[in-house]
Design a protein around this ligand. Structure first.
Ligand code: SF4
Length: 257
């Protein structure tokens, strides 16, 4: 199936289901997906193991590229809703992530003060204080939690490091509510193993984790684009709606896409 890569540091703006008119920042290589997970549904394709030397843009290059675009929009009277860190993998891998966030906040304040800064992250780097510090500064700290149990987390997200699910949940709790949880619901099969994060056992376990993490809101969505694994099933609207209602019963805002 046709997965794709973003071929620039700054991309878009795109009309995002979740974030409105969103200008993307890709801190990863433009010709290679670089991630700590290997999600079966990743629109960038599989995470490849390679000895290739990975070259990331410097913080200065990112800031220069962003300022050029924002200044141009500013002069033309164009507006955006979000400056969003996403792209070809996990943005918090970038070694100068905190500096990039500080620069982006300053540029946003100067050229586009109404835009919110959003980070879409898989939460795998939360053991690094510089990453958690940076995420605490952005307007929308959107962190992935696609499972209620270790087994399903491993099957869907296929973490490349030895990071355990319980540890990630602990780090999510440390934000003390200053985060948005994003969960993609899916069922399917990969490598002969079946998974389904919509079963009663999975959803109950995931809801219990939400009560401990206490997020500001929860983003719930199905697959929408091409995926590297073909044996995946899109979850229907009614099932997602029932899950969203259960989230709201717990007192959390649920947003369905
Ligand atoms: S965390 Fe995001 S970028 Fe990484 S494999 Fe999963 S979907 Fe792709």
């Amino acid at each position: 199936m046709g997965t794709f890569l973003f071929n620039e540091i700054i991309f878009g703006p795109v009309s995002s289901r979740r974030l409105g008119v969103s200008l993307g920042i890709n801190l990863l290589p433009t010709d290679y997906k670089f991630c700590t997970f290997n999600c079966v549904y990743c629109e960038c394709g599989w995470t490849l193991k390679s000895d290739k030397k990975i070259k990331l843009p410097t913080a200065a290059e990112v800031n220069e590229a962003l300022e050029q675009v924002l200044e141009d929009y500013n002069q033309k009277g164009k507006t955006i809703d979000s400056i969003t860190f996403a792209g070809n993998g996990e943005p918090t891998i970038h070694p100068d992530f905190e500096k990039v966030i500080d620069d982006t906040i300053a540029s946003r304040n100067r050229f586009m003060p109404q835009a919110l800064i959003s980070v879409l992250s898989n939460a795998s780097q939360l053991n690094k204080p510089k990453v958690t510090n940076a995420l605490a500064k952005v307007d929308r700290n959107i962190l992935k939690l696609d499972a209620g149990t270790e087994k399903t987390y491993q099957l869907i997200n296929q973490a490349q490091s030895h990071l355990k699910f319980d540890k990630i949940v602990d780090y999510l709790k440390n934000f003390q509510g200053n985060l948005i949880i994003q969960t993609l619901f899916i069922r399917g099969e990969h490598g002969g193993e079946k998974f389904d994060n919509t079963t009663e056992a999975e959803v109950s376990a995931w809801l219990k984790l939400l009560t401990e993490i206490k997020p500001k809101s929860v983003m719930i969505y199905p697959i929408e684009r091409d995926t590297p694994e073909e044996k995946l099933e899109k979850i229907d609207h009614k099932t997602l709606r029932n899950i969203a209602l259960r989230v709201e019963k717990l007192g959390f805002k649920a947003e369905m896409y």
